[in-house]
Design a protein around this ligand. Structure first.
Ligand SMILES: Nc1ncnc2c1ncn2[C@@H]1O[C@H](COP(=O)(O)OP(=O)(O)OP(=O)(O)O)[C@@H](O)[C@H]1O
Ligand SMILES: [Zn+2]
Length: 719
């Protein structure tokens, strides 16, 4: 046998894998974890491939194989494909897979204590505290001690007298198994038909994509639960991707209720310990049901059976930093590499997915109505040109009237305003100065509840100044425009007796407060809820019958070719929160442009009309799904040099047919955290491999230190 060479990929941002020699008698295989020297360090990497050494090159030796489960083939392929598609380095993608090194080792073993069940009457206070306040059990002595505010010695004493039991156990136990045989809800005929179609795809046990396209409240979740149950019956694992803000306890409990065990939750704010446990259990194939935000896509499933992307149109599936990728598209790619079915669910599918369904690439599974006698809400427009509120007010007469009616009937209203804080602009009446974020092209937003002025782009915040920072005038600063806090104030002024609360993803509200507020809303303890985007996601409030959109024009305009689509999607989703139980719902949208086609389609309840107009426009302009686009953003500390970098980059464009270059020009956010931003768009005809083209282009220029070239394939954000 000849000596083996191996290509090792390290989780670092370098162009690719490095060749190493495998010293005899060591043998490695694709997917093995190894230690190898890189620079002066010994680093853990992964074997991407091996070959017989024919060249006799002088290569460094691999130092050691780590004894752990190798990464499965499909995820190795996935790493390479994600990198290629998004013009990133495979090492950066590997880093997203290996979020927890400790997960590669078996669970640490510790001495864990739990009560024996013996409970004599004459307990000392410390021992009683250990039993009543020390849980959940089993736990380490130190954990019990700190929860019960006693010393660890007490617990050891309890073992001696038979009140506690001590065992050596893994700290990270496996999760409870979901049970696919628990009964779901009784499905309507339409829901049953849809569920059957999805179950059939799961039984075929190979790659397919189904678009589950059902109106708001039609029971999409109940329907895809049947497909999930089928995959679990096969003994396989299921990955469900949801928008990050849908990962609330209420959201997870729904899975728990259906399958008898809480799913494994994966998102950006879980603890390191939870991350390690989840990763290890997913890799072993034991964790069966994972519900996660977009990064769950990079978990190393051993035996994946089904991928579901819920709210597939949602913009939060796009990661905008580091490796820029769209989790919905990458989920379809992962399904293809794993050769397993994928379900994309939405009440407002993206035009790309609709196009794929219409052209037959995706199966189209449609739920045209809500189950039973429940109907979709009626939607009306309020023309703000003829219903102008007084200066400094933002709710029109008809809107206030609609809320008043609900209040008199004991029903709930939701006022949607997608702006956090009190007012989006702080202006000096004396000198005209606007309060701006330092080093960033963005206005400061007044947050009255906390008394601060904040930048929503960078997180900068300062105490709300009393005098104008420019002219020094006292009491000259005034707030322009509405945010949720201001709308809540106005609603409270109209209805002094009403229980008004705000729901927004603010730094001031802890997850527990948000949970409590959602609970009060569900139980009918809030009359008027004023909320941002956060209220849109998947909530069911049975007594909510009126939705008022304070500013229907907010999402429109600008240079964003997706603005129409976004407006339509958001408004359908917000309106769709009304009348989901047995009381009919209604929605009003305040607008200055009632003639806008997205609004007209909404009122007519005619999605095809909107989609038709939008598709025609996209086809004419060669935009997705009829062509592809990429964005390039140039970042740098000096304006002139950033402009020059962008221009130089354009001169290096490889010559190919079917490519059009637009720009460079200043980005709408021209300065962020002190860095200037220039921007370029590339439009490609359908047949062009845009990723390959951009990769070739990218290698022709190396930005100077402190300058950055960022490539975004299929951009969703146009700032
Ligand atoms: N067949 C049924 N019988 C009883 N209740 C049902 C049935 N189908 C759905 N529901 C209930 O209707 C509500 C809406 O269902 P679900 O959340 O699954 O809809 P959805 O299509 O995912 O909604 P959206 O896209 O608007 O978030 C839920 O409270 C759900 O439990
Ligand atoms: Zn001033």
């Amino acid at each position: 046998m000849s000596r083996q060479n191996a290509q090792i990929l390290f989780p670092v941002n370098v162009p690719g894998a490095f060749d190493y020699s495998v010293p005899e008698p060591m043998r490695v295989e694709r997917g093995d974890f190894v230690f190898a020297p890189i620079g002066k360090q010994m680093k853990l990497g992964i074997v991407m491939g091996t070959k017989a050494d024919e060249t006799g090159r002088d290569l460094k030796d691999i130092a050691e194989i780590k004894s752990t489960r190798p990464l499965p083939d499909p995820i190795l392929d996935f790493i390479e494909w994600v990198a290629r598609y998004n013009v990133a380095s495979p090492g950066q993608v590997l880093r997203m897979v290996l979020r927890s090194w400790k997960a590669l080792d078996p669970s640490p073993i510790a001495t864990l204590y739990e009560p024996t069940g013996d409970r004599p009457l004459n307990l000392t206070p410390a021992r009683r505290a250990a039993l009543t306040k020390g849980g959940p059990f089993p736990a380490r002595a130190s954990e019990i001690a700190s929860r019960a505010r006693i010393s660890s010695g007490v617990i050891k004493g309890m073992v001696k007298v038979g009140l506690m039991r001590a065992d050596e156990r893994p700290v990270d136990p496996p999760y409870d198994e979901p049970d696919p045989e628990l009964p779901g809800r009784d499905l309507s005929d339409a829901q049953t038909a849809a569920a059957d179609e999805l179950v059939t795809q799961v039984r075929k046990d190979r790659f397919s994509v189904s678009l589950l396209d059902g109106v708001t409240g039609s029971g999409k979740t109940e329907v895809y639960f049947e497909a999930v149950a089928e995959a679990l019956r096969q003994g396989r694992q299921v990955m469900i991707l949801v928008p990050e803000i849908a990962l609330t306890q209420a959201g997870l409990s729904r899975f728990g209720a259906r399958f008898g065990a809480e799913p494994v939750a994966w998102h950006s704010s879980i603890t390191d310990m939870a991350r390690r446990r989840a990763w290890r259990e997913v890799a072993s194939g034991r964790a069966k049901l994972v519900v996660g935000a977009r990064s769950a896509l990079f978990l190393p499933f051993a035996n994946l059976g089904l991928i579901v992307v819920d709210e597939e149109h949602d913009t939060s599936f796009k990661q905008e930093e580091g490796v820029i990728y769209n989790a919905r598209d990458m989920a379809v790619l992962r399904g293809r590499l794993e050769d397993r079915p994928v379900i994309l669910a939405s009440a407002t599918p993206s035009l790309e997915s609709l196009h794929n369904a219409r052209t037959g690439r995706y199966a189209h599974v449609v739920l045209p109505e809500r189950p039973g006698a429940i109907t979709l809400p009626d939607i009306g427009l309020i023309d703000m040109k003829s219903h102008k509120p007084e200066a400094g007010s933002f709710l029109s007469g008809p809107m206030v009237q609609a809320v008043a009616e609900r209040l008199s009937r004991g029903e709930q209203s939701l006022l949607y305003m997608n702006r956090r804080g009190y007012a989006p602009l702080i202006l000096c009446r004396v000198c005209g100065e606007r309060l701006k974020s330092p080093d960033t092209d963005s206005w400061l937003v007044e947050h009255r509840a906390t008394g601060r002025a904040m930048c929503h782009l960078t997180g900068f915040s300062m105490r709300m100044p009393r005098t104008c920072p420019k002219c020094g005038a006292e009491d000259g600063l005034t707030s322009i425009g509405p945010g949720v806090e201001r709308i809540a104030d106005e609603a409270q002024t109209h209805f002094p007796q009403a229980r008004v609360e705000i729901l927004s993803s603010d730094t001031t509200a802890t997850p527990d407060e948000i949970k409590a507020r959602l609970g009060r809303m569900e139980r009918g303890e809030i009359d008027i809820l004023v909320g941002t985007q956060m209220v849109v996601k998947g909530h069911n409030f049975p007594r909510l019958t009126f939705v008022g959109v304070v500013d229907g024009d907010l999402l429109m305009g600008g240079a964003d070719p997706r603005a129409g689509e976004r407006t339509y999607q958001t408004l359908v989703q917000v309106a769709g929160r009304a009348g989901r139980a047995d009381m009919a719902g209604e929605a009003f949208i305040q607008t200055h442009h009632p003639e806008h086609e997205a609004l007209q389609a909404l009122v007519a309840g005619d999605r095809n009309m909107f989609v038709g107009v939008e598709m025609e426009m996209r086809e004419m302009l060669g935009l997705p799904p009829f062509g592809r686009i990429a964005a390039v953003i140039f970042w740098g500390p000096d304006l002139k040099k950033t402009q020059k970098l962008a221009k130089d980059f354009v001169t290096k464009a490889p010559r190919t047919d079917g490519i059009e270059i637009l720009g460079p020009s200043e980005a709408p956010i021209a300065r962020l955290r002190g860095l200037y931003r220039q921007r370029l768009f590339i439009r490609a005809e359908p047949g062009v491999d845009l990723s390959k083209y951009m990769t070739a282009w990218r290698t022709k220029i190396r930005p100077p230190a402190k300058y950055k070239i960022q490539i975004d394939i299929d951009p969703q954000s146009f700032v």
